[in-house]
Design a protein around this ligand. Structure first.
Ligand SMILES: Cc1cc2nc3c(=O)[nH]c(=O)nc-3n(C[C@H](O)[C@H](O)[C@H](O)COP(=O)(O)OP(=O)(O)OC[C@H]3O[C@@H](n4cnc5c(N)ncnc54)[C@H](O)[C@@H]3O)c2cc1C
Length: 400
């Protein structure tokens, strides 16, 4: 009996794209495939060789921002003002490829484009758009989005940051926590209570009283920056307020953009972890033959492949709905909750195939799994999305 795979077996395996058992690619247009290949090549050449080092050093590589701008990825789904004007599916494809590199890289594009730029694009004045969007699309200005506070996370309605009127000015006081990129940003979109409800403010980060301090000792998202912001009598002119929205629907509209991208991005991380485990299992011999030849390993690999194929199908379906203007908020919760949950399981299972070597930064699965702890927490935790869907199914809110 032959224990090792024959050359015919290996040839048959090579003929299949292991991450695309169902001809998912046939659902994408030539332009979409070309975009995917461009970003995939960039990630293979520039991110993957360096990400272990950046992660180890807990450093976000600011030097890649001009590349991401050059590729047209910053605010890529926005139209005008120097933005690429791509579709929702284009944005999703890019999110998956970037997150196959690292969740921190996709998070940068997400915070810049889906949160900060989209807040200004959706709710801003023409002057605010003209001032900020072109330079943010070009990567000359970085933006951040300050919603969460030390005591207001899942429930942003309990935020205490307050903006009071003082003559024609606004004066902001409060603390924000976990704010991506805040210490390297030129502009912050800050959400605050006012006498009229929650409003958004466009805050240049060099305004006196604005301080951003990076959060240290993270075990997740190490190649990414999150900060605590203090706002100490930050005085802004009347026109700093986002004029076109009042209330939490302002930030929620932006969160929906980012949550949609996460449904794709997480599958990119899962795919990368799966491919790492598959490759390793073919080469690693134990008990005299490759790990890939054992039924237990094959079951792990098959389960991963099934969930990756299903996850990408779900993400694409949501993207096509979004491009048709038909995507509903609870459907975004389906994608965010399911694909985060499956991705983290896939990455952990992939790590088991790598054994001890899997706990080092030489291999991607545990790094991805650690990052996904953050991804399942921000933009609505698993529990929050479960509550959104529970309310949709039963008609009964269980948040309070
Ligand atoms: C890496 C990272 C990046 C981030 N980037 C940003 C950013 O750029 N801008 C920004 O504004 N915020 C950002 N956040 C903050 C993020 O959105 C919050 O962490 C998230 O909303 C959860 O809030 P919390 O951490 O305060 O947890 P909490 O709200 O305190 O929740 C703790 C636990 O309790 C659960 N829980 C809460 N309410 C209920 C309930 N009703 N029923 C059952 N369980 C419940 C939660 O699901 C969670 O498991 C980031 C966070 C991280 C980790």
């Amino acid at each position: 009996m032959t224990l090792a795979p024959s050359s015919a077996d290996l040839e048959a395996a090579a003929a299949v794209d292991p991450s695309d058992l169902i001809s998912f690619d046939s659902l994408l247009s030539a332009d979409e495939l070309a975009l995917r290949d461009r970003v995939r090549t960039y990630v293979r050449q520039e991110i993957k060789p360096n990400i272990g080092k950046w992660y180890d050093e807990a450093r976000f590589p600011l030097e890649i921002v001009p590349d991401l701008a050059e590729l047209g990825l910053l605010g890529m789904h926005l139209k005008g003002y120097g933005c690429a004007g791509g579709t929702a599916v284009d944005y999703g494809i890019v999110a998956a490829e970037l997150e196959a590199g690292d969740s921190g890289i996709r998070t940068f594009v997400s915070v810049q484009g889906s949160l900060a730029m989209s807040a200004i694009a959706k709710h801003g004045s023409e002057e605010q758009k003209l001032e900020w969007l072109p330079q943010m699309a070009a990567g000359r200005a970085i933006g951040c989005f300050g919603l969460t506070e030390p005591t207001a996370g899942s429930d942003p309605s309990s935020m205490t940051t307050f903006a009071r009127r003082d003559g024609g000015d606004w004066v902001l006081n409060g603390t924000k926590r976990w704010i991506g990129l805040a210490n390297v940003a030129q502009v912050a979109v800050i959400w605050a209570q006012t006498d009229d409800g929650v409003r958004g403010f466009v805050v240049p980060t060099d305004t006196p009283g604005f301080t951003a301090t990076p959060i240290q000792q993270k075990l997740s998202m190490r190649a990414s920056i999150q900060c605590e912001i203090t706002l100490n009598d930050v005085r802004l002119p009347a026109e700093a307020v986002l004029p076109n929205v009042t209330g939490l629907r302002g930030p929620f509209a932006c969160l929906n953009e980012a949550r949609y991208g996460i449904a794709w991005g997480t599958m990119g991380a899962a795919r990368d972890a799966f491919e790492a485990a598959l490759t390793y299992s073919m080469g690693r011999l134990q008990f005299g033959r490759p790990l890939a030849g054992y039924q237990l390993t094959q079951q792990k690999l098959v389960n991963m492949a099934l969930e990756i194929n299903k996850g990408f199908l779900l993400a694409l379906h949501l993207g096509r709905l979004k491009d048709a203007g038909k995507l509903q908020p609870h459907q975004i919760s389906v994608g965010k909750l399911n694909n985060c949950r499956e991705a983290i399981e896939i990455c952990r299972e992939a790590r088991t195939i790598l054994g001890g070597n899997g706990i080092t930064l030489e291999h991607s699965p545990l790094r991805h799994a650690n990052n996904l702890e953050s991804v399942r927490t921000y933009e609505g935790t698993d529990e929050v999305h479960t509550l959104i869907l529970g309310q949709k199914l039963t008609g009964t809110g269980a948040f309070r």
